[in-house]
Write a protein that binds this ligand. Structure first.
Ligand code: 4HU
Length: 446
């Protein structure tokens, strides 16, 4: 921090002279552990990804919303033993308030829906793209922030809502060249688990805890899963039956196990029928082991996975009909998904589908001598007012340097402002791809 704080935090202004600046240690120029900078080439890829997120949301008639990155910690205090709770990036602010960097967007969305109350007629179809945080011990070298795309439908109890949001993700994948041979969705319902647990004398509040333990089934040894399940107090035979149930990969077998009248079965059958109508049947499969790691899901849950099994889940979501009531609001049916910006990029790299995104500039405008810098500014302004992109050379540079820059910024043409031409109200033009060059009146330039 310079002795003279010129506010902007940028380069020290004329106000402060070197003598008053304290000599500071060389600062670490890297971003904080687990976080990323986005230099231009990475920012182009991020903008490309977000453009597709937002275009799909628009295609589906969703409205964009956003919330503070900083939220009350209370939004995330759930007692189900979720990883997201263990990794909460939380602190006490100067007003002694317990706050947290949001680890996900759904609770903020639920808060805003409650805040809006009756003023927003249901159903709501909202989407957001926002940075989310977790404080994870860096032992695993994993990131502490990522950007998440969320789409949520609030106020629709029918499975058509889940079918619609899965359709939106399929549309996104197709737009970026991912096919159903690359990825699929494992789909299940927490009502399957609920139905089974209902057949044992188990307190209702255990349900979320059991789901969170089961979500770790592919991440920790099965004996640890059994140990954790038993530690919740559910009877041994329930644990065994539960694990056997989770291995079911067909709805028919599930129906044989649970009986056809079960709501979970009818929901899932309806979803698979709608998938036919949406045209994405070959993208989804029933898999009873999918429960997802968030406590508030109450029905259909799904996750996008890469069929080669090399990557973590690409996205995930489901129905959460009780979240608003846990915040003290009325019960409002809701479903949605979260889609992170990291795994999808790994998948695109794997598939050789990363887009070629280079800087493109239509014009480089350059004054051929110092006293024509003003004329060059006029030329640049004329072009920009016509909607043309212009990289204006801002200092006197040798032509060799200008050509080098033109190549670096992929300029299509060079506009040279020279004395002789300028006297006639003209400029020199060089088309860089063909080498063709000519003079033209400024007002004829387009
Ligand atoms: O996927 C869960 C998650 C939440 C916040 C930040 C990051 Br990185 N990952």
């Amino acid at each position: 921090q310079s002795a003279v704080d010129n506010g902007g935090g940028g380069r020290s202004g004329a106000m402060s002279s070197p003598s008053v600046l304290e000599s500071v240690e060389k600062i670490d120029v890297n971003p904080p552990k687990g976080t990323r900078d986005f230099p231009p080439e990475d920012m182009r890829l991020r903008n490309w990804l977000f453009h597709h997120f937002k275009e799909v949301s628009r295609l589906y008639g969703f409205e964009e919303v956003d919330f503070p990155v900083l939220e009350s910690e209370a939004l995330y205090i759930r007692k189900a033993g979720e990883e997201i709770r263990d990794q909460l990036y939380c602190f006490e602010d100067r007003g002694n308030r317990r706050v947290a960097l949001r680890p996900e967007l759904t609770p903020s969305l639920a808060r805003l829906v409650m805040q809006k109350g009756k003023s927003v007629p249901l159903p709501l179809k909202w989407f957001a793209v926002g940075q989310c945080w977790r404080y994870e011990r860096m032992t695993r070298g994993r990131r502490r922030e990522h950007y998440q795309w969320n789409m949520d439908i609030i106020g629709v109890p029918e499975v058509t809502a889940e079918a619609e949001i899965i359709s939106s993700i399929v549309t996104f994948f197709k737009r970026i060249g991912i096919t159903s041979s690359d990825v699929g969705f494992k789909v299940s319902s927490r009502k399957v688990l609920q139905e089974l647990l209902r057949r044992y004398p188990i307190p209702e509040d255990l349900f979320s805890k059991v789901c969170i333990i089961i979500d770790k089934i592919e991440k920790i040894p099965i004996d640890d899963i059994k140990k954790e399940l038993k530690s919740t107090g559910i009877p041994e035979e329930a644990v065994e039956e539960l694990l056997e149930l989770l291995s079911i990969k067909s709805l028919t077998k599930l129906e044989e196990k649970l009986g056809g009248s079960v709501e979970a079965i009818s929901d899932l059958k309806q979803l698979f029928l709608l998938a036919e109508n949406f045209g994405y049947s070959d993208w989804i499969q029933f898999d009873a082991s999918v429960v997802r790691g968030l406590a508030y899901y109450t029905g259909i849950v799904f996750e996008g996975f890469d069929r080669e099994g090399k990557l973590r889940a690409i996205c995930g979501g489901g129905r959460y009909d009780k979240l608003l009531s846990t915040f003290g609001g009325d019960d409002v049916p809701a479903c949605g998904f979260g889609f992170g910006d990291a795994v999808i990029v790994e998948l695109l790299k794997e598939k050789g589908l990363l887009p070629e995104l280079s800087l493109q500039v239509e014009n480089i405008v350059c004054a051929l001598d110092r006293d024509l810098q003003g004329a060059a500014a006029t030329v640049a302004t004329v072009l920009r007012e016509k909607g043309q992109t212009v990289d204006l050379i801002l200092e006197s540079k040798p032509l060799k340097w200008v050509f080098k820059r033109a190549a670096r910024v992929n300029a299509q043409r060079l506009i040279l402002v020279g004395n002789t031409e300028w006297q006639k109200g003209m400029v020199g033009v060089k088309i860089l791809s063909s080498g063709e060059q000519f003079e033209i009146k400024l007002d004829e330039l387009e």
